[in-house]
Design a protein. Structure first.
Length: 316
């Protein structure tokens, strides 16, 4: 029998107070242990990579510019975003601790989507920064002053967590009185809504429209900034200058492709068309990629890292 916890609610309904995250039920114990070790290695590498970026941005004066300030904030966000699902997944795979309380499940769902929304806003801010740097290079330092950069980052976090507050309010109003098995490794919206014995049709519509608006509006703003960047690059007289400008934006464009591509594939289809297998794979892999694609392949970051390692070795 499943390890469930129930309370008897009104009208003799059995109210669910815990959920069971099924994770990857098709894997045997040995495969789950191998996957947990692999994910632990990926998680530690990702956290270390992001923490290294934050450290370098803080200590290296060559990286104390608006662009690297935003990169450092993205790295900080990625640590929390990856941790919001990975830590519980390790427990599911390594020790078979699949239960999660109702309140913890709702909190995980809220923070996952709020951090995701914050990332979209932050990526728009970073696109704006690159637009100003390439289109208005002579006025860049005056326009992107530290106070404005700080305000933009704070606004990204406030917007992300405020806009997603509706989700927490709706979740708290839902009742669960049937099965408590979530066919995922975290409390994603589709499997969670399907378990509710409340009428979730309004929530489905609001969630679908809202997520689509967040993704598409941020994508349109980002594309608008990059159209301005493209026109400015094409007007540059020297080929070396055009190449340098394209190189500066390449990592950001790759990250944008991964983030928007994965979210469009998972969250912009109607729930009946969504593939749970695709959802799991996307949710599992893409948070681990950003520090390597976006930051650690950046020449300035690599140079600062080499200097820091050389300095440490010299002191020893």
């Amino acid at each position: 029998q499943d390890e469930l916890k129930f309370n008897m609610g009104p009208e003799n309904e059995t109210a669910v107070t815990e959920f069971i995250l099924e994770g990857f039920p098709g894997l045997d114990q040995r495969q789950q242990l191998f996957l947990s070790l692999l994910l632990l290695l990926m998680y530690l590498t990702t956290v270390t990579g992001n923490a290294t970026i934050i450290f370098l941005v803080c200590v290296d004066r060559h990286l104390q510019t608006p662009m690297y300030f935003f990169i450092g904030n993205l790295a900080f966000l990625e640590i929390w975003f990856t941790s919001s699902t990975s830590i519980k997944l390790f427990a599911i795979l390594s020790s078979d601790q699949k239960t999660i309380s109702k309140s913890s499940c709702f909190a995980q769902s809220y923070f996952y989507f709020a951090l995701g929304c914050t990332e979209f806003v932050l990526l728009v801010v970073m696109s704006f920064d690159r637009c100003v740097a390439i289109c208005q290079p002579l006025h860049y330092a005056a326009l992107m002053e530290p106070r404005l950069c700080l305000c933009l980052v704070v606004a990204a976090w406030v917007i992300g967590f405020t806009l997603l507050s509706y989700r927490l309010l709706f979740l708290l109003e839902l009742s669960f009185c049937g099965s408590n098995k979530i066919a995922h490794f975290f409390c994603d919206n589709t499997p969670l809504f399907k378990l509710s014995c409340s009428d979730t049709s309004l929530l489905w519509k609001i969630d679908s429209v809202f997520l689509s608006c967040v993704i598409m509006s941020s994508l349109c703003l980002t594309l608008a900034f990059y159209m301005c960047i493209l026109f400015s690059i094409l007007r540059l007289p020297a080929a070396s200058e055009r190449k340098k400008a394209f190189t500066t934006c390449s990592s950001h464009l790759i990250t944008l492709s991964i983030v928007y591509g994965s979210c469009i594939a998972v969250y912009m289809y109607p729930p009946e068309d969504a593939s749970l297998k695709t959802n799991k794979i996307v949710a599992l892999l893409y948070p681990f990629l950003n520090p390597f694609i976006y930051s650690l392949r950046n020449k300035a970051v690599i140079l600062a890292l080499n200097k820091s390692i050389a300095s440490t070795i010299t002191k020893l």
